[in-house]
Design a protein around this ligand. Structure first.
Ligand SMILES: [Fe+2]
Ligand SMILES: [Fe+2]
Length: 266
């Protein structure tokens, strides 16, 4: 029996908050793959990941609000939204599953003296997981673009691509989490590679890069961060529409309504 470094194991899964959301079956599976890795430093191949598709009743890209991945798990009745919901209402009532992770990320950005745009981008970067996970950088940027400075939506959009590419000088190493999640021989899609090439010479390269830097170190088990230190930054840079998000007739209002009312059948 090999010795498990509990802290490292939890961190490899995305932190205590992420672990809390995993089913016992998923935890057992993760522990098994962690132990195999510790012995052989072996990661799955992309083909192994693909072979898992037909073992599930859901697809991995589905948004958090739409399923419970526990065996025989049920979804919960959601709390009603206020008539004119703001970003903070959505954050508290619909984005709980990513809130601890993004708060830790924003906290690191703040502690290391990054710009308010980067701090806000960190706070928002994965929250669209409530709606959808596939290509979440692009979905997230689209969801927030009408309401935040362009640099912020740029950082959200491209953090997803940059996570696949190391930049040790900036403090970003390719994470084992991805070797496990995608397979060690995974090759990012053509659109990701094309965006990476474009970003390398872009004047805003560091915006999404810093989101990835904070993202990696955001996996701190046991750290609980509150939204309060970020309320002023949200207030300064997030333009909540007076009608409320979803009622504002913006090009993405339907996305907010879907997050507000994921139980609507059509
Ligand atoms: Fe992300
Ligand atoms: Fe993240």
């Amino acid at each position: 029996m090999i010795q498990i470094d509990r802290r490292h194991f939890i961190a490899s899964l995305g932190g205590a908050a992420a672990v809390k959301l995993m089913s016992s079956e998923a935890k057992a599976e993760a522990l098994e793959s962690y132990m195999i890795q510790q012995v052989a430093k072996k990661f799955p191949k992309a083909a192994d990941i693909e072979a898992q598709i037909e073992t599930r009743s859901f697809r991995r890209g589905v948004g958090n609000l739409f399923l419970n991945t526990q065996p025989n798990g049920k979804v919960k009745k959601l709390q009603p939204m206020p008539a004119k919901p703001t970003f903070l209402d959505f954050f508290k009532l619909r984005m709980e599953q990513t809130s601890n992770h993004v708060l830790q990320s924003a906290n690191r950005a703040m502690k290391t003296g990054m710009t308010e745009e980067v701090i806000l981008a960190c706070l928002l970067h994965d929250t669209v997981h409530a709606l959808i996970k596939t290509d979440h950088g692009y979905w997230g940027a689209q969801l927030y673009a009408p309401y935040v400075p362009e640099k912020v939506s740029f950082a959200i959009r491209y953090h997803q691509a940059l996570r696949f590419y190391e930049d040790k000088e900036a403090g970003y190493e390719y994470p084992d989490l991805y070797r496990n999640m995608f397979g060690e021989d995974y090759v990012p899609s053509a659109h990701i590679e094309a965006d990476y090439k474009m970003l390398r010479s872009h004047k805003w390269y560091m915006e999404p890069r810093l989101v990835t830097v904070n993202d990696l170190y955001a996996f701190e088990p046991g750290v609980v961060v509150n939204i309060d230190p970020f309320i002023d930054i949200v207030g300064r840079h997030f333009k909540n529409p007076k009608e409320g998000l979803g009622n504002d007739d913006s090009p993405v209002a339907h996305m907010w309504r879907t997050i507000a009312m994921p139980d609507n059948p059509l």
